[in-house]
Ligand binder design. Sequence first.
Ligand code: FDA
Length: 515
Amino acid sequence: SATLYPSQESFVQCFSSHLQPANVTSNFVLTTNSSDYSSVLQSSIRNHRFLNNSTPKPLLIVTPLHVSHVQSAIFCAKGLGLEVRVRSGGHDYEGLSFAADVPFLIIDLFNLRSISVDIENESAWVESGALLGELYYKIAEKSKLYGFPAGSCSTVGVGGHISGGGFGTLFRKYGLAADNVIDAKIVDVNGKVLTRKSMGEDLFWAIRGGGGASFGVIVSWKVRIVPVPEKVTVFNLQYTLEQGASRLLHRWQSIAHELDEDIFLHAALEVVNNNATSAGSNKTVRVSFVSLYLGGVEKLLPLMQESFPELGLMQENCTEVTWIESVLYFAGFPITKDSINMLLDRSTQYEGFFKAKSDYVTKPVSETGLEGLLRILLEEKKPLLILTPYGGKMNDISYSEIAFPHRKGNIYKIQYLALWDLEDETDQQIAWMRRLYKYMSNYVSKAPRAAYLNYRDLDLGRNNNIGNTSFAQANNWGLKYFKNNFKRLVRVKTAVDPGNFFRNEQSIPVLPSHR
Ligand code: FDA
């Protein structure tokens, strides 16, 4: 096997000397020589853009079995001047949890994923390495009458997701995952384990929406689990342009955010083959109106008839299921007797390349605006736009309650995705995505043009690659992700990590005078 770099050897030595009993060689510190280095590195990379030789690789991967291993890893990395990247589910859109242009190591938390659900106290402790699917499964195992308001994809990691906000089908009723955090354990830059009480309300505020990576390693969250009815209803109604999709989409913009908070109705836009007989073009846009209603179909139908009759929802379009079955539905799994086990499957579901961006919309896009958008979509083979309605509980929570700032005033959020299969399409796809984003600038939030941290986009700007974050540069994306909360995040960062140890391409900077 190849010789190790001095920094790799020194880290292994330092780390072993911290183990109890000392000097036991651990098999949970992987060097580039370890046989499972590559498989562990690749295990949670979700985007093929980062599965190639040009993506920088870590010198080491530490896979802690215990919180003390996180503490030792931080201590040793700091001493050796190695940068640290923390990975929970690995879904970061720009690969910041597992790639860096400087010598670095990954603390990969997949072994720290225990979950304990306490129905009586309506709470759960969940370790950061757990995936959303595992959390939902564990809650449902204890009670079918509880759920948790977080994202739809079961392989998303609790660590990154909750620290960046985290929304899903329950967020109009209960807010974000981060709104439902009641305590957390974090290892700080000094290797100390802090809880809500010992970290203080400023840091506790920052890690709920401000991204964990700038502040430390969050090892677990205590969350509030929320009541769900025994019976919920799902539907997916699809219309192509030829079937009137653009008119419906235009209407949807004024309706979805005003609906009862028990109804979540998002719209997904894709390009599909056009089967209409009179067609001129062989491609069309299909809009899927997909919904979760927290109740039975007998109540949903009159509600929809009153608020959105144009959608044409009929009883036969609806399926009554349990809440956990609705999780399967939104994750794209079949609803069968055993399919709940799919929520425990950690393997990658998406096998391709993607680039994403996000926008917040504060007033409906005009019909002309939408027409232009649809034309740009039709230029591509596999674009996907997901429009998520705001309103409901999101209007009731103040923008400064936690670090996540996007609340009242937003009618919906857009996620733009370009998806492709071959590496050599990458440049063209990214150029297309940027063109689409530029086009949308007239129709979305302005000054700042807001963006969602969990849909990380390095086009918004990045820190200098010299180990120091620049306050002026960080303002560019900081205001987009955090609006007025950015300033408080900078103050918290300056107080808890003045040496800027926890840094990455878009980490929160330290105030210049404190460097
Ligand atoms: P990853 O491990 O890559 O971490 C993301 C960031 O958080 C990195 O900067 C990382 O260093 C940091 N971090 C991770 N764990 C940490 C810890 N324990 N302590 C400190 N910092 C930590 N979002 C959403 O709101 N709703 C949704 O429905 C979906 N759906 C969805 C589907 C798919 C297929 C993808 C790829 C992504 C989503 N997302 C989403 C976005 C998702 O919320 C976002 O990518 C999260 O940051 C992912 O968290 P992971 O832990 O998986 O990522």
